[in-house]
Design a binder for this molecule. Structure first.
Ligand code: SF4
Length: 196
């Protein structure tokens, strides 16, 4: 998956407007400890949109989602499909949830998820994916009823796969296998179109 966001010409103006609306957002407590509001990386629009929980320390410092160790594992997970499908990744909250400035990552609170909900809904709308992949339960609970016409599919968060042993673990292979089956199903019935 692209390490930056590649926006099609037709989506450029709406994407710029989206960033203008959110880049200085102070709608929840996370604005007090964040370095940057994080948006998507990958292709916009896309066929498959992965959505995780929230940015971590590296993401907050660099302003890009899923760019740390968990992000690298996600890239490895989707490697077999990366040349055939346009993909993007983002999070249900735009700012890093942490205990204090520079402290540990934590799960976003219900209030933070609620305040940021319209940001991720706009991003799903702009990305117009065929498949939305929730990464971890916080993501699934937050977006389950907000994905429009797309199909939702659930996978473990890459941070969990890292704790299981990373790319060499059974959990990683099982997750990749599950994703392979789903993409195969959607491709076979013509819902997802693979490029050569
Ligand atoms: S997490 Fe979302 S709602 Fe909260 S400050 Fe960041 S962009 Fe705004």
């Amino acid at each position: 998956m692209k390490s930056v966001l590649v926006v099609s010409q037709s989506h450029l103006d709406v994407w710029k407007e989206h960033i203008r609306l959110w880049h200085a957002c102070a709608d929840c407590e996370l604005s007090k400890t964040r370095n940057k509001v994080i948006f998507l990386r990958g292709h916009l629009p896309c066929d498959i949109l992965f959505i995780g929980e929230g940015p971590g320390k590296t993401e907050d410092a660099l302003g890009v989602p899923f760019i740390g160790l968990a992000g690298k594992l996600l890239d490895k997970l989707v490697e077999p499909f990366a040349h055939h499908h346009r993909m993007a990744v983002g999070n249900v909250v735009g700012c890093r949830p942490c205990d204090s400035k520079g402290g540990s990552n934590r799960t976003p609170t219900d209030k933070e998820l609620d305040r940021c909900h319209s940001k991720i809904c706009s991003e799903i709308d702009l990305a117009s994916p065929v498949l939305v992949v929730s990464l971890g339960h916080t993501s699934l609970l937050s977006i389950a009823n907000s994905i429009g016409k797309a199909e939702i599919f659930h996978l473990p968060h890459p941070a969990y796969l890292l704790r299981c042993g990373g790319a060499a673990s059974d959990a990683f292979y099982a997750t990749q296998e599950k994703l392979t089956r789903k993409i195969g199903e959607l491709t076979a019935c013509g819902i997802l179109n693979a490029t050569e």
